[in-house]
Design a protein around this ligand. Sequence first.
Ligand code: ZN
Length: 555
Amino acid sequence: MRIRYELVTSIICLILIASCAKKRITFKSDADHVQQQLAKLAPVSLSHDLSYLPAEEIQVVHHLVKAAKYLDTIFLQQVYEANPALLKELKKSSNTDEGTYLDFFKTMFGPWDRLDENKPFINTLPKPDGANFYPADMTKDEFEQWLTDHPEDREAFESNFTMIRRGGDRLVAIPYSEFFKDQLEPAARHLRQAADLTSDKRLKTFLLSRAEGLLSNDYYQSDMDWMDLAGDIEVVFGPYEVYEDNLFGYKAAYESFICVVDHEESEKLETIVKYLNDMEGALPIPDGYKNFERGASSPIKVVNEIYTGGDAKPGVQTSAFNLPNDERVREAKGSKKVMLKNVMQAKFEKCWIPIVNVVLAEKDLQRVSFDAYFNHVLMHEVSHTLGPGQITINGRETTVNKELKELYSTIEECKADVLGMYTAQWLIDKGIFLKDLEKTLYASNLGGMFRSIRFGIGSAHGGGVAIQLNYYMDKGAVRVDKDGRFSANDRRMKRVIRDLSRELLLIQAKGDYAAAQKFIEKYKVIKPEIQTALDKLTDVPVDIRPSFPIENELD
Ligand code: ZN
């Protein structure tokens, strides 16, 4: 699962139109429009000082980067069959605006604008729902009918790791390992070379089993090995997310995140995790509702991104991910949540600061910091493991999720945000977080809310933030001045955060659907003064467009 914290792109249903033939390029959008869209993504150079790594480990990273480049080629094909030809034509196009179109094509991994509901900016064809995972002219019905007629094909057809193609009048499933052999073989070679060089035993085990997985099409063992990584280098490499397949959500796209572990943050997390039970005990609800019986929770790691490949590259950049997706591995070893700190910092500087400059009152502008923002996100993730999960209603064993149904994710995201603040303050009071953090915690929390609701309150996260902002405004903890600028009253915020935590936790503890509905109806709204603030943000970049200096260091 991937977390972008913002901008949930709604994919509209498009009619599938067949198109594989090589074609001349027509520019659907004018160059100015493409330039404007490109400007929504602020360019940023993403790197991290690797000088503390031994020379051979830097070589390991270089091999991983080289391997990841092959995933770019694969993903380009997975998105659209004509992509390689389009890219070639764009590169030699004599159009004076060629640079702009080429940049945007590379950013979007195809001729569709991922920032604007996949509208085409080159040619006019809508994006196929099934990307290039299925024959362009295949309908959903045809696929399903085939499986009804050929039940023995089901496993291969629904596999995350096969391409569906036509073979005469039949539909056939071709394993990725075969279809993308030309890229996977050299990629696997680089993983093996990296494995030879590294002195990190667990990394070596993972790289060797993943190289094997790329060629055998079986990723189970290497996903298991990935869970055991514990050294400096953290690498994601393979087919994972199925978001690109909007037809069935079966087919995984190849992606890579090459990262190094942030030791300072990771140590901090280890400390925090030791206090999980104490934090549960400190929740502002009666003890009977507290949940001390949770199993081992998933580990959280903080890393810095050095390079990405394939599906990790286009459009809005990932701030954190939770992998693997294989339920068998999750059952056996849990999953790993990885937060990309330097990506978050870049987003903070390029997209977050320009927002608070517009929406916050002068005195609060002096009280924002990346540290406060980052620690809140960190505690948001930790807070998902706090509070009621398994509950009993009138003797019936159930879960909060089952009882709150479609309202669950909004309430849960809201809870994680609010408890994130509550627990951050708790850690400050205990002396585990620096006292200094308190100065910027509340104003930063307020400023960040505008980034989250900027893209609407339809998503669980945006909706959860709208609830907080309105609740805080109603209770006088957040004020709007005559210029329409917002400010936080820290003392009141502390009290109101406690109140809101209690309300949300009790809704969850009681599995009270009706109360959740009433709460959401009342608070999940955009008040006029909030809308006025949001209207001022049109020129602020929506995300970042990273470049990776490590590319220039490769031999
Ligand atoms: Zn969350």
